[in-house]
Each structure stands twice: as structure tokens, then as C-alpha cells.
Design a protein around this ligand. Structure first.
Ligand code: ZN
Length: 356
């Protein structure tokens, strides 16, 4: 087995962003977003009592958050890292004096669930799909009595994690959980395997707002190591059927329903690029050698160009290749890739894709 202890969607995001900023040929959508400016670290009202907060990913690796103010309490969407939780806590308090009762982890990754203890200390209970616990048992081995897992690894580089402790969600739902006080309704839904095996989304049917977690991101943030790209495409179909008019992704700016299509199209293109070469009996070596060409093909499509990360795409293509053939790219090829050494030093996505 490959080393995968530090495999998390959050670890290499900073590198992803830097790599993306350095990459040339960004598509129209990405340029438009950059020109439009960013609402990072600001609470934005989406509807009465419904808020979105775009996390500061480039500096702190924070995920996006949402919160809904019910009659008697506040529900927060995603626990974030501890420092991310502490960033939004005063913002929620400034808006509402009501108790924050629940923090919903959209999945088990550190940037979405490691802040659970902060919420507990502030009176909230972490809530999640049962798959989050199953994933934690797989990767948070230290917590469950085994060898140090991802938490311990992350604590080496993040003081906020080192100063807290892992608190798995304690209110669990196998498929769906509804919050409904007659005014607001929030449906927590497990739609299928996607970014992990335990993703769930928060759907607000009255406002037609979807908080997607990392089932949908808006930018070069797709980490595929813990999920399944083929099933993810089908799960995005389920998300599209909800009929959202506003989509708050796990990372990147809030958007409209089209972002679900964009993310899905990106994955379909990944599978098409790899699939046609697999069908043509190309070897792993040949598929690997085609990566620069595939990258060009994807970057030339305005709809999905913003999802293409110069280095991250290697792990994404390898994951797709693994799903199609049962094996990854040969080690000797990757060892010769100059980016690999750099990646290894920073817990690379490239090395991580095979961990799942
Ligand atoms: Zn994640």
C-alpha cells in the first residue's frame, strides 16, 4: 500500500492555487470570476435567515460555510478547520443571539470536520451522514486506537488542529435528516458516493438553495483520492434533480445551478480523455505521456477550464485510470516527473490518489 495517511483534500490546496495562478491559459470563466472580485471571508445573506461565507482557502485552507437561523437555534453547515470555525463564530453571533445547536459536516475531511470540537465547546452538536464515521474509521486511525492517522499528521503543520482534538459527529443519519420549524426547512441528504464515500448536502427546498459540500466545488479544488469519479458523476445528477437556483459549493465562489453541470462536465471529460486511450489499448505509460495534451484539451474548454489544475490533474487522471483499469500509473514514470518530488514534500495530491 502506498503512503496515504496525509491524503486530504485540504493539504495541497494552497499549492493548487499557486500552481493555478502560475499556469497560463486560464479559461474565460476563471478570468471572469477573478475580475468580478471575491467575497472571501464575508458573510453574505442569500435569503431571510440564510447565510453563505466563502472561506479563505489561499491563506488558511478554510472551506466555505453556511448557516440558517431557525426560530430557536442556528444550524451551521460545515465545521471547517478549528481556525475557520473561530473565524465565523463571531460573525454568526453578530447576526443572531440564538444558540448554535448543530454543526453539519458535509464529509470527514479536516477542512470540513476538524472544527467540530470548537462547535461543541460553543454548545453545538456535530451532525453527519453515517458514512462520515465510516470514513473516519478508515483514515482517523489514531482516534480509534490505531497508528497515528490524518489528524495527527495535520497537527504537525496546523497549530489550530494541534490545539484541538478530533470530535467525530455524534448525531448521525443513514440517508436523510430534516430540520423544519415551519418557517425554514433544511434537508440533509446523502445523494451517493462523490468526493468521499460519506458526502451529504444541505438542501433548502423553499429557497432553492443547495449547500453542496465538496460534491461540487467552483475552481481547481477537486481532490478525488477518497471518492469515485464515475459514481460522483451520477451523484451530481441527483444533485441537479433538486432544482437549485443557488449553489454554494464546498470551495470557491457561490454560483448558480450551472456549476453542477460544469463540475460534472469536467469529470466526464476526464473520463472521456482517459477512456478513449484505454479503449485504444494505450499503455499506462502512453496515457501518462498524454497528460500535457489532455490538460490542453481541458483547458481549452471555457466551461471547465477553471477546474484544471496544472499538477493536480495528474492525480485526477490517475484516479480515473485506476477506476477503469484497476491500476495506477507506473511508479518509475511518476518518479521521473519533476513535480512528483515537489509534491511529495508537500503531501502531494499526485501521491495521494492511489491511497483510496
Ligand atoms: Zn474534502
Amino acid at each position: 500500500m502506498r503512503y496515504d495517511r496525509s491524503a486530504m483534500c485540504d493539504i495541497s490546496r494552497r499549492n493548487l492555487l499557486l500552481a493555478t495562478a502560475a499556469a497560463t491559459g486560464l479559461g474565460g470563466a476563471a478570468k471572469t470570476q477573478a475580475a468580478a472580485g471575491s467575497a472571501v471571508d464575508q458573510a453574505v445573506s442569500l435569503a431571510t435567515d440564510v447565510y453563505f461565507h466563502e472561506g479563505n482557502i489561499s491563506e488558511h485552507e478554510h472551506c466555505n460555510n453556511g448557516w440558517i437561523i431557525f426560530k430557536d437555534f442556528v444550524l451551521v453547515i460545515d465545521a471547517n478547520f478549528p481556525s475557520g470555525a473561530l473565524t465565523i463564530l463571531p460573525k454568526i453571533r453578530a447576526i443572531s443571539p440564538k444558540p448554535i445547536r448543530f454543526a453539519f459536516d458535509t464529509h470527514h475531511h479536516g477542512d470540513h470536520a476538524y472544527g467540530n470540537q470548537v462547535w461543541v465547546e460553543n454548545g453545538a452538536t456535530p451532525v453527519a451522514h453515517t458514512g462520515v464515521i465510516e470514513e473516519m474509521k478508515r483514515y482517523e486511525t489514531g482516534y480509534y486506537g490505531g497508528a497515528p492517522g490524518r489528524w495527527e499528521d495535520t497537527a504537525k503543520t496546523r497549530p489550530d488542529v494541534a490545539a484541538s482534538h478530533l470530535t467525530p459527529p455524534s448525531v448521525l443519519f443513514p440517508k436523510e435528516l430534516y430540520f423544519d420549524d415551519g418557517v425554514h426547512r433544511v434537508e440533509l441528504l446523502h445523494l451517493g458516493v462523490a468526493h468521499t464515500h460519506g458526502d451529504a448536502v444541505a438542501w433548502l427546498p423553499k429557497e432553492r438553495i443547495l449547500f453542496s459540500g465538496d460534491t461540487c466545488v467552483n475552481g481547481p479544488y477537486n481532490f478525488v483520492g477518497d471518492g469515485n469519479v464515475e459514481k460522483w458523476i451520477a451523484t451530481l445528477d441527483m444533485a441537479k434533480k433538486l432544482g437549485a437556483t443557488v449553489v454554494c459549493p464546498g470551495h470557491g465562489p457561490k454560483s448558480e445551478a450551472a456549476v453542477l453541470d460544469d463540475q460534472q462536465t469536467f469529470f466526464r471529460q476526464l473520463r472521456e480523455s482517459v477512456g478513449k486511450r484505454v479503449n485504444a489499448k494505450k499503455s499506462a505509460k502512453e496515457v501518462y505521456a498524454a497528460i500535457p495534451q489532455i490538460r490542453e484539451e481541458l483547458t481549452s474548454q471555457p466551461q471547465i477550464a477553471r477546474y484544471v489544475d496544472k499538477d493536480g490533474i495528474i492525480a485526477q487522471l490517475e484516479k480515473v485510470y485506476l477506476e477503469m483499469t484497476g491500476h495506477g500509473f507506473p511508479d518509475e514514470l511518476k518518479a521521473s516527473h519533476s513535480a512528483r518530488a515537489r509534491h511529495r514534500r508537500s503531501h502531494s495530491l499526485e501521491a495521494l490518489a492511489l491511497g483510496a
